[in-house]
Design a protein around this ligand. Structure first.
Ligand SMILES: Cc1ncc(C[n+]2csc(CCOP(=O)(O)OP(=O)(O)O)c2C)c(N)n1
Ligand SMILES: [Mg+2]
Length: 550
């Protein structure tokens, strides 16, 4: 670090600021607009690892996913205009998922000044002597209250200006705490409840917060559900876990959400996916007594009025709940039945064709080590993972709540960068995979032995499903002609295999695990799924027949 007072360019001050705020990894696609930053990163290469992606969208997803698996802000650099536009998908994902992330955009003065479409704080640094202020503000914004993305533009001419400024202190995480009266009112509501349900979600959880929450679940006897894509906040194997409230929800759990007399929602945003498109919990005043705890005050009362709204960070509420004395005898049978429903729901179901996807996911849940990370993007294939996998704990799931395709490959890469010692399995649809399959090159370049799975049904299956429901037997724009994925993987320098029946999966996976361990290179397993196998519980033909009957 150049240190206090010496003359540094804005780019050097920026990179020094990143070091001060604890950054050790950054993702980018380079651009001539921020060469000065690249040069400062060159000097800082011992402290900050730079991962260069093949598409700015891949880089931005990587930074977002990196934040998801570390709990620290993901850092991404892209160039102006085209780079920023490509990268915006990562910003959208970070916004919807409340993920702390800072996207730095190399910028030309005057051009492309404000991108309101990014929905979040967008600022441009205009002076070298204010770099620290802007960067510090960006970290505080990204991490405090409801976390999210921040976009900072770096005009090219400013980056080479010099200034003599003192260094700053690292950012602090600012989170609210529940008040004593909040907790007293919560205790009162719980005391009158017979059918309560807890729904966990959102970010700003820590391992300790999850442990505290588990202790509270055990002492209070409460049943715990998780919101869409936040299934790893509570050990799915635990007797109090009752399932996820998202796409493809267990119908019995949906009934339970609807029929609960008290919903204690902790950290979840109560968006479309978590409310069954606003049917399970009705806005603006739900039938259930709603207690909503969220880190962002602006999120409380936004869609739903609640009986009790608590602005709190997750560690703060979890620690407080751990100390709350609640008698759970009234809902014991209700919870046990909810758990029994979950176990019944997650027994593998059969699908048409030679590949049984539920059995493969069930095999993975037995085979993978407890800390393995599962990354995935969006598509119907993901329904098998959320239904049949059992996430054992925090940061074992990396997936986008905004249903953004193309996420699985860069997220797998980022997870392996963050946790090289952990097994990372990235599960993708065929459409999904090819949106960012180029990042296989990044995995090869940096020696990241991720195991990629491509569930190939030869179509944009999700859209075909909706098409058959709304416009039966009028298939259009949803079929895909795919490459030989295993050969494609080999062309990238990765190991490639193809699975055409269930029994081939286990040996293919074991071989991939051996190959990746010995070569340090990634592997890809294409799983050929019968196109009729459209969801975990129905077929395309059945959907079409129902729609044609009207
Ligand atoms: C970036 C992006 N583009 C388009 C969509 C709309 N979309 C949602 S699912 C889907 C198809 C997914 O296909 P695939 O990955 O093959 O999975 P499948 O549903 O076939 O299992 C599409 C096009 C989206 N969610 N995200
Ligand atoms: Mg598909």
């Amino acid at each position: 670090m150049a240190g206090t007072g010496s003359l540094r360019t804005a780019a050097q001050i920026l990179v020094d600021a990143l070091k001060i705020h604890g950054v050790d990894t950054a993702f980018c696609v380079p651009g001539e607009s921020y060469l000065a930053v690249l040069d400062a990163l060159y000097d800082a290469r011992e402290a900050i690892r730079l991962i260069v992606a093949r598409q700015d969208g891949g880089a931005a997803y990587m930074a977002e996913a990196w934040a998801k698996v570390t709990g620290r802000p993901g850092i991404c650099f892209v160039t102006r205009g085209p780079g920023a536009t490509n990268g915006s998908i990562g910003v959208h994902t970070a916004q919807q998922d409340s993920t702390p992330m800072i996207l730095f955009i190399g910028q030309v003065p005057g051009e492309f000044a404000d991108r309101e479409s990014f929905q979040e704080w967008v600022a441009q640094i205009e002076r070298a002597d204010r770099v620290h202020e802007y960067v510090s503000h960006a970290f505080h914004l990204a991490m405090s209250g409801r976390p999210g993305p921040v976009v900072l533009a770096l005009p090219e001419d400013v980056l080479t200006q010099t200034a003599s400024v003192p260094d700053v202190a690292p950012y602090q995480v600012v989170q609210a705490s529940p008040s004593a009266s909040d907790l007293e009112r919560l205790r009162g509501l719980l005391a009158r409840s017979r059918q309560p349900l807890v729904i966990l979600g959102g970010t700003v959880w820590t391992r300790e917060a999850c442990r505290d929450l588990q202790a509270f679940a055990e002492s209070s006897g409460l049943p715990i559900a998780c919101s869409f894509r936040f299934q790893d906040l509570f050990d799915n194997r635990h007797g109090h876990y009752v399932g996820d409230v998202g796409i493809g929800i267990n119908p019995k759990l949906a009934e339970r959400v609807r029929g609960a007399d008290l919903l204690l929602v902790i950290g979840a945003r109560l968006g479309e996916m978590t409310t069954g498109a606003y049917t399970l919990v009705e806005p603006p005043r739900p039938k259930q007594n709603l207690v909503h705890v969220h880190a962002g005050a602006e999120e409380l009362g936004r869609v739903y009025q609640g009986e009790l709204l608590i602005n709190s960070g997750m560690p703060q509420i979890a620690a407080a709940l751990k100390g709350l004395n609640v008698d759970g005898s009234a809902w014991r049978a209700w919870r046990e039945q909810a758990r029994a429903d979950y176990l019944e729901w997650t027994k593998p179901t059969a699908n048409p064709g030679r590949v049984q996807l539920a059995e493969i996911v069930a095999w993975l849940r037995e085979r993978l080590p407890e800390d393995a990370i599962i990354a995935n993007g969006a598509g119907n294939f993901a329904g098998w993972i959320s239904r049949f996998y059992r996430y054992p704990g925090l940061r074992t799931q990396v997936a986008p709540t905004n249903g953004s395709m193309g996420y699985g490959v860069p997220a797998g890469v980022a997870a392996k960068v963050a946790h090289p010692e952990r097994v990372v399995v990235s599960i993708n649809g065929d459409g999904d995979f090819l949106m960012n399959g180029q990042e296989l090159a990044t995995a090869v370049q940096y020696g990241l032995p991720v195991i990629f799975v491509v569930v190939n049904n030869g179509m944009y299956g999700t859209i075909r499903m909706h098409q058959e429901r709304d416009y039966p037997a009028r298939v259009y724009g949803t079929a895909l002609q795919n490459p030989d994925f295993a050969a494609l993987a080999r062309a990238y320098g990765a190991h490639g295999a193809t699975v055409e029946e269930t029994a081939q999966f286990a040996p293919a996976f074991e071989r991939a695990a051996r190959e990746t361990a010995s070569s340090g290179k990634p592997a890809l397993i294409e799983v050929r799924l019968d196109p009729q196998a459209i969801t975990t519980s129905t077929t395309l033909d059945a959907i079409r027949a129902r729609a044609l009957k009207g």
